[in-house]
Design a protein around this ligand. Sequence first.
Ligand code: FAD
Length: 816
Amino acid sequence: DKRVVIIGAGIVGTNLADELVSRGWTNITVVEQGPLRMPGGSTSHAPGLVFQTNASKSMTEFAKYTVQKLLSIDCFNQVGGLEVATTAERMEELQRKHGYATSWGVETQLLTTDECVALYPHLSEDVVLGGFHIPSDGLALAAQAVQRLIERTRKVGVQYLEHTPVTGFVKDDDTITGVITPNGTIQADIVCSCAGFWGVEVGALAGVPIPLQPMAHQYVKTTAVPKQKGRNPEPNGATLPILRYQDQDLYYREHGDRYGIGYYGHKPMPVTAASLGPTAENVSESNMPSRLAFTPQDFEPAWKLTQEMLPALRDSEVAEGFNGILSFTPDGGPLVGRAPNLEGFYVAEAVWVTHSAGVARSLAEVLTTGKSTIDLSGAELSRFEDIQLAPDYVTETSSQDFVEVYDIIHPLQPRESPRDLRVTPFHARQKELGAFFLEAGGWERPQWYDVNAKLLRDLPPRWQPRERDAWSNRFYSPTTAVEAWKTRTAVAMYDQSPIRRIEVSGPGAESLLQRLATGDVSRDAGTITFALMLDDHGGVRSDVFVARLAKNLYQLGANGPTDVAYLTREARLQSSTDPRRFAQVRDITGATSSIGLWGPRAREVMGSLSSDKQLADLSPMRVTRTHIAGLPVLMQSISFLGEAGWEIQTSAENGLRLWDAVFQAGQGHGIVAAGRGAFNALRMENGFRSWGADVTTEHNPFEAGFADAVDTSKADFVGRAALVRLSKAPLTRRIRCLTLETAGTVMMGKEPVYLDGQAVGYVTSAAFAYTVGRPIAFAYLPNEVREGSRVEIAYFGRRQLHATLQFPRVDGIGKF
Ligand code: FAD
């Protein structure tokens, strides 16, 4: 029976205790620095609005479960949610939201102005253009839920220690073994920090960086609103839907006949939790560490805007207010899961009340079964790059998230600052070629190159870019068509440097990878194996190209920092169990640079760069070391795009010379530098699914169309038993490629797909397929939907696009 210590008795910590109890774990101690009846964290004053719909499927799933659970303990007032638009752009955003909600299984409606006013009579019809109604949203009674959960988990033996601050940890090497408090040390096998915005301080005690920034946010209550009289007899009662007025960063709920108003329109107010001092013995509604003095001048614009939107409130005043503290993170997601650098230490922080029970359930699943049923890739603590853990980065990006919390953000929109954090050795050349950069993981990544625009006039009519709708036209250039055309008909070079490269070495490298990957990686040096890394339940945790460079040396082409954390931990565990099978994992991404050279003329370009005959004859999925243009390179014959060629890798300091040599050699063959826009379109034409967008741990290899990448004849590997089981069960859904019947609209992903008028699936990624002159999309659909079937896709909330189903790749593409 594992000894678990949970730090923090807010809505997250208590839900976690409860979720563990319901899975049979009861050896649990919850340690809280404040008094249990009102601990004084963010939960103690949370107004509890739960809007479930989110562009992220996982966030929506977390919220759906929170609603379900709070209803089950009688701590949810399901008044519904209403988001209103006052601009055409917001109305479009609400239409898209209606699409996400449908994709993720939340029933919602778009409303006209009249319908909004009928539902919510206080609204000014002069201001509202329309709305989005979510009948299952509502108000969480968060503080009450905490008390209920404490009560019911106590009954089965969970211990709660109040007025007990955690002041340190006991560690044995890199494993946590105990929690230090002024009243003594508590032995622990597992520690879960649910310390809310104190997460940074608690993390520091354990040596675990926690990238969150506490921020103050204003909340006020009005005096009684005459028009509300008698509507809600209870002082905190509410019957109208919770209301969001995002165009002005405002939200509303009723407190009996008074109104509660939350405001995000003021300047960001970052706070350091350590500066707040210890939690007082006598925490009260008006005296708690998470509640700072109200700054009325910051609220002034909100009050004026409120009176315009809700004229009934003109007969009331702001009675009281406070600046309450909650957590923001660099990408707006929560922080959940295992600490990459400390065995036994887990977190669930930067979690809203809205997502609390869902996040707690996922973490409880991770602890008890090793896997969350909901995809955690956007929530994992280990998802951040080192540079993103720098405190300045966390403060700047989290402050920006605060500013943008209700803004309309395009899926491709890069942050404006900080930029140029990580640039590849080719950066100077890319700028000369007019690269338009997007940002990912701190890397600057060319989306297209303006210099190629001059080739638009050479494009054959079939390849000419089509006019696009305004939304998909953002962060897009028709030049992408040129880059796609050149890749298919001549040759193009792509900067692959930011793609994760991980070196696995040592006498235990082979056994480590044989155990973690689905493919057979025991083949000779010089081979590349495409494989998956699965969890124990057969969910796809990553896809990897495993290149064997020598007996005890592999290089993996992988995905994010979570892969590095996973491989590092597994190598550490293996090495400590059996030192003869020692394996070391090293992220070599930043130390190396890489060019993808692809296209029918790639061989000719290589011919002028190298006299190495073997290179030109290198068959697909082989790796070799050689020299080209006087530079030591690692050549991998891999293609994502369905064209022959190589990934040419050299160390970072040689990168610039490599770029110049390849670019120069390609001049006679029509080479262009090409960006991610073309890459994405071409990889989709080739049926190549992208982990994170098209495939996550929620999908098994059969659903994701990756059956070829699993080798169940291989001896045991992680997920094998599950695969054997899954292979015998009927498939319920499958990823498919949809070809749209008309050009002109390119989806952005997450749109719902309808068959016979029913929403049956959702788009994972989409692009304009230049090779066939039509937009395409990948979508998960019920397995019985057959090739050639006609489906509809809702774009901006309307079923307006017709598409036909194909799989796995667009006809005739994928020659490699
Ligand atoms: P907390 O409730 O802060 O709990 C953490 C606990 O850990 C605290 O009780 C603290 O005392 C304890 N702790 C910390 N350090 C230690 C230590 N060293 N030793 C022992 N114990 C420790 N969310 C919504 O979903 N909807 C809303 O409408 C909403 N409105 C909000 C309005 C305001 C004004 C604010 C400030 C927040 C709002 N939030 C809302 C956010 C929400 O309140 C929080 O995200 C949520 O309550 C966090 O819960 P938690 O359990 O993680 O943190």
